[in-house]
Design a protein around this ligand. Structure first.
Ligand code: OAD
Length: 249
């Protein structure tokens, strides 16, 4: 992999670091991405299921897909990429710097790896809510008995995630924008970088003169200064080791 040393040096010097992650960071935990054939489920493209219209048209199908993803996330374990990001946070914060992890993922694996300073832009799959009242529940580890599952207030349970066309949680988005505006380094990990507003954060970091770095198995349209091409579970531990002489595992 080319170019890891300049990125490691930038991380060592940085007073503010932002990490933006997408579904690719959980692929090495056995979870599926959204885009590309690997993400398809029972012949369906996930991007056609993650919408309020899809839930309205076929609540049974959309609930079953999200429940399968919920159970897969609960059964999965964080991988070395999640662990390296948690270690990066400890290093930066331990040296008195600012750190924020901004994730588009809904699987909860970052928290389980030890990340603390983080926001979930697209919600969390382990929490569901009554589609009428909005009341939240955290279902147990077994599959729902019916699809859609009945909610506590007479509606149906839907995942507490952001669907296409819905608003992102304002507090999370504001925290991300503030952190990006004052960061020195932004790592963009395992995201196809096509879904806004998350993808727009990369341009904001570049406009704030931050060093921008993509970590991905392939180059995406994200306009970044550095690309570290390879699996995040290999690239990130190496980067953190190189930057801080620390072993994330
Ligand atoms: P995508 O599925 O669009 O992109 C996953 C990215 O991860 C791709 O760029 C892959 O090349 C990359 N990738 C795959 N394996 C990897 C690995 N081992 N290491 C590093 N990179 C790897 O997922 P997102 O970008 O997260 O939103 O998608 C963004 C949003 O679109 C999702 O949060 C979801 C989706 O529709 C909503 O549901 C609102």
């Amino acid at each position: 992999m080319d170019g890891i040393e300049p990125v490691a040096a930038a991380l060592r010097r940085a007073r503010g670091v932002v990490v933006l992650t997408g579904a690719g960071v959980s692929v090495e935990s056995g979870l599926r991405p959204f885009r590309g054939r690997d993400g398809w489920w029972k012949g369906r493209d996930p991007t056609t299921l993650a919408t309020p219209e899809a839930f309205e048209a076929d609540p049974s199908l959309v609930s079953e897909w999200y429940d399968a993803r919920r159970l897969a996330a609960l059964a999965a374990a964080p991988n070395p990429a999640h662990e390296a990001i948690a270690e990066l946070e400890r290093q930066v914060v331990g040296a008195g710097g600012r750190f924020l992890l901004v994730t588009q993922n809904v699987d909860g694996l970052h928290q389980r790896a030890g990340s603390v300073r983080m926001v979930e832009l697209h919600g969390n799959l382990t929490v569901w809510r009554d589609h009428r009242s909005g009341q939240r529940v955290t279902p147990g580890p077994a599959p729902f008995e019916a699809y859609p599952a009945p909610g506590p207030d007479g509606g149906w349970l839907r995942p507490d995630v952001v669907w296409f066309g819905e608003f992102l949680p304002q507090a999370a988005l504001s925290a991300a924008a503030v952190a990006v505006a004052s960061c020195d380094v932004m790592l963009v990990v395992g995201t196809s970088a096509v879904v806004f507003p998350a993808a727009g954060l990369v341009g904001q970091a570049a406009a704030a003169a931050a060093v921008t770095v993509e970590v991905n198995v392939e180059a995406t349209p994200a306009a970044v200064g550095h690309r570290l091409i390879g699996p995040a579970g290999e690239v990130l531990p190496r980067l953190v080791r190189e930057a801080f002489k620390a072993d994330p595992r």
